[in-house]
Design a protein around this ligand. Structure first.
Ligand SMILES: Nc1ncnc2c1ncn2[C@@H]1O[C@H](COP(=O)(O)OP(=O)(O)O)[C@@H](O)[C@H]1O
Ligand SMILES: [Mg+2]
Length: 450
């Protein structure tokens, strides 16, 4: 947009004596100063003799259409970057699984190694790399939130207090009682709040206040969201603010104005909110502060229990010890197969390693024929060019309907990982995993009663 004044449209029509489309993306400034993006066209009015006596102008307000287009463009851009990032993060996770696993093993094998600060540092760095890879995966395509019914009020307070612990900034909460229930991924929403509150804190190096507000609202005619009940969240700081020239860029991956920034906080927040069919927006005044507004759809009917399957786990009694198990593992990466095998052996189990689904099925059948079936299988979700974990479990279930199975993946956000139960699995391990997480998951899966 040039902000140049246009030629007088009436003159143009009269001069050309034809119907004309005058211009697109024109800004009409109304008397009250509000700006509307319009498309306009004009046509001459003739009297009986055919001579032109005037002109009609038609203005169509395109402000909203333009907003929707921009939103779509933003989403597309993030999608393509997400695809790339997801691929990289996946390979990264495989490597990190081997790195972290071997560090873990080294530390449990020798007392000297256990107390070595070098190894501990290496492990800490590997964990940070894992967090980064997970952030990347969060906005990679296909990331499905693991939804549960939840109440956002506590999450807002807990997450904010956690992030601001020890900071010179203090939060003020304005949270309406009786907020609607959401069906959302608590971990992901916590990440959204963390990223925004962290930015707010960083925007006020001298300290100050952050206001966190939440209220119920009914949407009706929102430009991108369907009508219905929503929870609206505001996070406002009184910090440096965002200059106008940056405001359209802040949700882009890797956009940062900070020396130590990575520019992933808001793009991650954006994709998480989009995946929850919500909306996130910002308004800011340089020097005065910034407000982020988030809309999240509420659960409509109280009887909608389909999403509540997850809570079952928490009440399951986890038995204290598990017997040595006979475990079949499948992963196409040699290094992962090896370290996974080593970890499981260390935990006292007997392990059979296979490199793809067909091998796994063959070994599984063989063991059954010999009357010594496997107690547990751990399958890699994606096997390029081979039978994947998702396909393998279907066959194993035919052989043994009560087979206990764990799915492992470097794609923490793959829909199968979110809905593992529907696919016949009993648990998930996200690569890279630590020995502790692995043994915990095995314990849980083995103590599940079918
Ligand atoms: N509350 C805020 N106040 C001022 N600027 C902000 C705020 N939140 C975000 N920004 C701007 O948006 C950019 C991107 O934020 P983000 O994606 O979290 O990445 P990072 O914090 O790593 O820079 C920041 O570098 C900053 O310029
Ligand atoms: Mg940030």
């Amino acid at each position: 947009m040039t902000r140049e004044p246009l030629d007088n449209p009436v003159e143009t029509v009269i001069k050309s004596s034809r119907i004309v489309n005058l211009s697109n993306h024109t800004t009409l400034i109304s008397k009250d100063g509000a700006e509307h993006i319009i498309a306009d066209s004009g046509a001459p009015i003739r009297d009986k003799t055919g001579s032109i006596i005037g002109a009609v102008l038609v203005f169509r307000d395109e402000t909203e259409k333009k907003q929707v287009e921009e939103e779509l463009f933003k989403t597309r851009k993030l999608e393509s970057i997400g695809l790339l990032a997801g691929g990289i993060a996946h390979d990264f996770n495989n490597l990190l699984t081997a790195i972290m696993g071997n560090l873990d093993m080294a530390m449990v094998k020798s007392e000297t190694a256990k107390s070595s600060s070098n190894l501990q540092e290496a492990k800490n760095a590997a964990m940070r790399a894992r967090d980064l890879a997970r952030q990347l995966l969060t906005f990679s395509k296909g990331g499905a939130p693991i939804r549960k019914k939840m109440d956002i009020a506590n999450l807002l307070e807990d997450t904010t207090n956690f992030i601001l612990a020890g900071a010179s900034v203090s939060p003020r909460f304005f949270i309406a009682p009786d907020l609607y229930t959401l069906s959302a991924d608590e971990g992901q929403l916590s990440q959204v709040i963390q990223n925004i509150v962290l930015n707010a804190n960083q925007a006020m190096p001298e300290g100050g206040l952050i206001d966190i507000a939440a209220e119920n609202t009914e949407l009706n005619g929102h430009p991108t969201l369907p009508d219905g009940p929503y929870v609206r969240i505001f996070i406002r700081d009184y910090g440096v603010g965002i200059p106008g020239k940056y405001i359209s860029k802040i949700f882009d991956p890797y956009f940062t104005t900070k020396e130590q920034g990575n520019g992933l906080g808001l793009s991650t927040a954006y994709s998480i909110v989009m995946r929850h069919e919500g909306y996130i927006d910002v308004s800011s005044k340089p020097g005065a502060g910034t407000t982020f507004t988030i809309l999240l759809p509420a659960v409509v009917s109280a009887t909608d229990d389909a999403l509540d399957t997850e809570t079952k786990d928490e009440t399951t009694n986890i038995s204290a010890s598990i017997l040595p198990l006979k475990i079949l593992i499948m992963d196409d990466e040699d290094a992962i197969l090896e370290i996974l095998g080593e970890m499981l052996s260390f935990l006292g189990h007997r392990v059979m390693e296979t490199l793809d689904g067909n091998q796994a099925i063959e070994q599984f059948r063989k063991a059954m024929d010999q009357g010594e079936p496997f107690d547990l299988v751990i399958l890699d979700l994606t096997v390029p060019g081979g039978l994947s974990g998702k396909e393998t479990i279907v066959e194993l279930l035919k052989l043994k309907p009560d087979v206990k199975a764990i799915v492992s993946s470097g794609y923490a956000n793959d829909p199968v990982m979110a809905q593992y139960r529907e696919h016949g699995f009993h648990g998930v391990v996200n690569k890279p995993f630590q020995m502790q997480e692995l043994s915990e998951t095995i314990r849980q899966v083995m103590s599940l009663e079918e």
